[in-house]
Structure formats: structure tokens, C-alpha cells
Design a binder for this molecule. Sequence first.
Ligand code: AMP
Length: 470
Amino acid sequence: MSIPATSPPSFASLDLHPATLENLQALGYHEMTPIQAASLPPALLGRDLIAQAQTGSGKTAAFALALLAKLNPRRFAVQALVLCPTRELADQVTGEIRRLARAQENIKVVTLCGGVALRGQRASLEHGAHIVVGTPGRVMDHLERGYLALDALGTLVLDEADRMLDMGFSDDISTVVKQCPAERQTLLFSATYPQGITQLADKFMRAPVRIEVEAADTGPKIEQRFYEVTRANRFETVALLLNHFRPVSTLAFCNTKQQCKELVTLLQQQGFSALALYGELEQRERDQVLAQFANRSCSVLVATDVASRGLDITQLAAVINVTITPDPEVHVHRIGRTGRAGEAGLALSLASMDEMGSVGKIEQYQKQVSVWHKRDELTPTGKGPLLPPMVTLQLLGGRKEKIRPGDVLGALTGPEGGYTREQIGKINVTEFTTFVAVERAIAHDALRKLNAGKVKGRSVRVRFLEQTTQ
Ligand code: AMP
């Protein structure tokens, strides 16, 4: 079924509980996104779906509302399972489900991903979970050990199915699906339709409705510019681009970890706030890097393709292809990360002579001619170095100390802190530590006040989070 992208109807046209509709209004979801308008009616009728949707399209709410509508909160058993390719995506999906479930009574969502001890996850499952969100490998671990049972499952979601296949999760997915009851609804979301997706669908789905929404939201809103560089001036050109365009948040792609490290060192030496993200980082380091980039206290994230998978940062002003990928599909994925949610995006690509073949392949794939600009056009604009708007403070205490975001916000916006809500950015509470972003102008003052005052009735140690990951 191909649905034309006409003006989307409101959620009120759906058979949703009034409290859910109210909550959607409170969340600022006034009308459905095209993927929601196309998926929700058949999904709410219990049909299986194969939906083509990108991150940023509102796909999470599309499946979350469908699975929540069926859920029986009084039944303490796992009734919905969402499989995701990465931990970051699983965390985002969990967050979105929790927000959407606020209108319903006490719905428990548990995230099961690698990199965290099994024991805590097992305990969370034992306390009763209605919904499980996780990566296939870890979900399988729990199934094998008997910590997780799926016999009450009503909805199975495969999110970013193409990415899961890319990452080699095909067998794990099959194993998990075989443990789900045959009588269930299966919702599959994927940005692309490689052959493996059709095979998955044939094996595990019942007469699925196909949803394709015209991707009117990419393409034109992303301005692509190409620059010819040499091996010697490539990294330097990244600095020129940053000083010229001054994007608040930039994701710069390199092909190798070594390149990531070298570029970050050069950028840091030039006074930029830059961090590297690559596969071998420890989970703790990865969390720190992502927290700083997402809360806008780091201007540039230099990443490999694999490391950046599942990363969903909505306010990305620019993407830089530091090297051209030989795979045109990867190029499209990379640049699709900017210009989301109606905002203009900038995709800047650096190509040396030996990469012109790859540029040609990209042109063919995108059916558009590359627009080339000259390096000489790149002149510094604005005053002083490009600085991120926020600074991250680290509190030495986290979930173990029962710290919640509201406690930190309270300390900063209460009588002792005296700041406004707008001066405080994202607050991430992890097991042992808490990151809070504050406006650059108040950073020193906020650090002093937090160190002198109390959070949750207790003194805490607070410091600036240092921007070194090497
Ligand atoms: P997703 O594609 O699921 O990652 O969603 C992208 C972003 O859009 C998330 O931050 C959602 O909270 C937001 N969103 C989803 N649906 C709507 C809607 N109908 N109206 C406004 N924002 C939405």
C-alpha cells in the first residue's frame, strides 16, 4: 500500500483512549507524522506491518501506540517485545514508550542490552515487566537462561530491521521469534528493503500490510557541498569548514578509528570541542561521549559508521564526510542524519582525487550532480573559536545514590541555585554518575553552587567533565 503524503489527520481520528490523546497533546504531538497516519490504523486493528521508515519519522510512536493500546496493565507478564540493533536506540525507544505510556497505569518497561550486568536486568524482569526493549543477543541470553518468558506476548516489533541484519543479528532474531507465540502481531520497521527483510517477513509475518510513505522529508532540505582536498590538507579542511559554517553540532565521519583519533587531536589542538566515537570504546566512555554530544557541550563528534549506528541526535546542524565512503547507500545514511524534523541540514563532503570514483557512484545512486565548492571560499566567520553553547558538569553520584534528574534540576532552579529551567540542559543519570548540561555563561557559578549546596539532601562532588577520550 502506498499512501500519498497528504495533510496528516490528527490522532483524535484513531481509536485511542482519551487519556492517551490528552497525553499526546501534552507531549506536543498535535498531528500524526506521515508514517503514523499510515501505520496506526492497520496496526490498531491488529494487522502485521512492514513499514519503511527512517529515524526521525516518528516511527517509534507508530509502533509504541499500537502495542500500548493492546496492553493489559493488570497482567504481569511480558506482552510486547521490541528488538533494536543498538543499545542507544533501545534506550531511546524505551524513553519514548515511557513518555507515551504516562497516560496508562503503571506500565513497566525493561531494557535488555549488552554491556550491562545480566543480574540487574534479571531482577528488573522478576519485578514484572509489561514491555521489553532490547538487542537480539541480550534478549536471547535471557531467554536461554530462563529469565525471560514470552508466552504472553501479543506484539513483536523489529525496529531498524535492516540495521539488525547488517549487524549479523539474523540468527538471533530467528531464535527469539521462534519463542514467541504464533498468535501475535508482528510490526517490522526498516529504512531500506534488502532481500533479507523480505525473507524475514515471509518467515515470521502473517499477510503484512506494506507501508511506504514518500520520503518527502529528506533530499531537498539537505544542502550537499563537495570540496576537493589532498591527503595533506584533508583534516585542516574540516577545521576550515567548522570555522566557516559554525554549526552547533557536527557529526564527522571517518573510515577508521585511527583517522578519528588523529582528527580529534588536531581539532582539539585548534581549540574545538571535539570527541571521537569508535567501536572499541568502553561502554562508560561511549556513554560519556554521547551524553556530551547530545547535550550540546561538544561541537564535533568524529565517528566511524559502525559506531554511529542507532545514534539519534535530532539537532544535528551538519554532517561532514571527512572521507568519501565507497558505498553510496552509506553516504545517503550519513547525510540523512542532518536536516531532520523540518530543519535545514548541511552535508559537506571532502574528496581527494582517488575518491572521485566513489563520488561518481554517489551521483548515480542519488541521481543528482555533485555541487563543488572551493576551499578558498572557506573563511572564518564570527568572533573567536567555535564553542558549544553548553558545558557538562559531572556529579559523582547516580542511580546507586538514588539521584533522579528532578533532584539535580531542583538544586539548580531552587532557591539555592536560582537559575531558570532554560539555562539547564539535558540531565543524564547513569549508575554511578550524573551529567548535567548548563549554559556556558553560568558553568563556573553552577559548579560552585552545586559543590557548596546539596542534592537530595546530601553534599555531592561536582566537576567539569573533561573532554578527553583518547
Ligand atoms: P522517531 O522517528 O521515533 O525517532 O521520532 C523522532 C522524534 O519525533 C522524537 O523525538 C519524537 O518524540 C517526535 N515525534 C514523534 N511523533 C511525533 C508527532 N506526531 N508530533 C511531533 N513530534 C513527534
